[in-house]
Write a protein that binds this ligand. Sequence first.
Ligand SMILES: [Ca+2]
Length: 112
Amino acid sequence: MKKTTVTVLAALAALALGGNVLATMELQKELKAKYPTAKVSCATCHVKAMAKKGDAELNPFGKDMEAKGVVDPKAAKKAYDYTKLEALDSDGDGKSNLDELKAGTNPGDKAK
Ligand SMILES: [Ca+2]
């Protein structure tokens, strides 16, 4: 009985982790498709370049993405509305997120 519980919990943890990683990769793919000149990586939305589970703090652009509900998980086919972020200047460097994405700079890091 105990072994079964552990196995089930491990499977659920793997599913949850896989789901998060997959969602992140999908976000990157969709962002790149919408803004072909953008330099998209983990660091586009996270503080660290190699974001990992439990250490994936969002940068200002990632936080805006979350706050503005860019991903609609209730849509029949997952919908991404990045236009909600275009006019914002998430990192406060004076350039809009749209301009930064087009220029290939990081909209979540005013130093890049
Ligand atoms: Ca900016």
